[in-house]
Ligand binder design. Structure first.
Ligand code: MG
Length: 299
């Protein structure tokens, strides 16, 4: 769950010093700082609004709310959300591929109704991150047959063109989600609400879409896949389509492209660079990843 608070100028300095070891690179002009650990993600906006996300979000939030002498909000219990949404027909959306050096960004939205829930449980539908690729390949085609959905694939070439135009990853996600959600709500009118797995603050999401026709009636929540199965279904479908796209790219390039952005992906990227040069990456990889600075600077 997410928590936010407004911080004064004086405390901001202390705050920045405190989280300094966790500072992340940030290119978004609306954001002052991003601090990230395995347990939290903290975003400080220009307005000095601070957003706490991740497993330890509440602890970190409570620490600073107390420090500032503000009323500390009680911790949100996910199960209350779960109960609230189970009886509704929900369109959930999620994305895949944003942390992968190779391959596209894929966004999916799916409409799940209360009478689908039992069947989804039987299929062991959970967040795609907790399921292995073999399981994803097994259950996604079943889900795609039974559950109304939309999938958008942003191929590497288009992704690279957008980043050259100045789009950051969050803005790209916002565009894709807005587009997928609009397609869903137009094609399937029999829904009660839209849930989005929150990847940036609601305000920031809408500010990325200023010039767009936007679907606004969205419930933003972190760990949305545990709030409603529609988000888990969307994440599995997106993951499956991502895997299929990776298969195709691997075949084209004649090498198995690893997922993620770790050592295996970097090693293959180096190999491809030595064998085929730089230009080929525009079609297969997200060339704004730092990994490529390392590879290309070793020329
Ligand atoms: Mg997500």
């Amino acid at each position: 769950m997410n928590y936010d608070l407004l911080i004064d100028r004086h405390t901001l300095e202390k705050f920045v010093n405190y989280y300094h070891p966790f500072v992340e690179e940030n290119t978004d002009p609306r954001i002052l700082h991003v601090f990230k650990s395995p347990d939290f993600r903290i975003t400080v906006y220009n307005s000095r609004k601070v957003l706490f996300q991740g497993k330890d979000a509440y602890q970190e939030y409570a620490l600073w709310a107390k420090h500032l002498g503000q009323d500390v909000e009680p911790e949100i219990d996910v199960s209350t959300y779960v109960n609230e949404h189970q009886s509704k027909r929900v369109i959930g959306a999620d994305e895949v591929g944003t942390g992968d050096l190779f391959g596209p960004v894929v966004v999916a939205a799916a409409l799940v109704k209360p009478d689908n829930l039992e069947w989804l449980d039987e299929q062991h539908v959970r967040d795609s991150k907790t399921l292995g690729d073999a399981k994803i390949r097994e259950i996604a085609p079943l889900l795609m047959q039974k559950i109304p959905h939309q999938v958008l694939v942003l191929p590497p070439k288009k992704f690279n063109a957008l980043t050259k135009e100045g789009y950051n990853m969050n803005k790209i996600k916002a565009y894709l989600h807005n587009h997928a959600i609009k397609k869903m709500v137009t094609a399937h009118k029999d829904f009660d609400e839209v849930i989005l797995d929150e990847f940036c603050s609601k305000d920031l999401y809408f500010s990325y879409l200023e010039k767009e026709q936007v679907y606004r009636d969205i419930f933003f929540v972190t760990k949305a896949e545990s709030v409603h199965k529609s988000v888990a279904v969307a994440s599995i479908i997106a993951r499956y389509v991502f895997l299929c796209e990776m298969d195709k790219l691997s075949e084209t390039i004649g090498m198995t492209l690893p997922k993620g952005a770790g050592a295996p992906a970097e090693a293959i990227a180096k190999l491809i660079y030595l064998q085929k040069g730089k230009a080929v990456f525009d079609d297969i990889a997200k060339v704004n990843f730092k990994t490529f600075e390392r590879i290309w600077n070793k020329e």
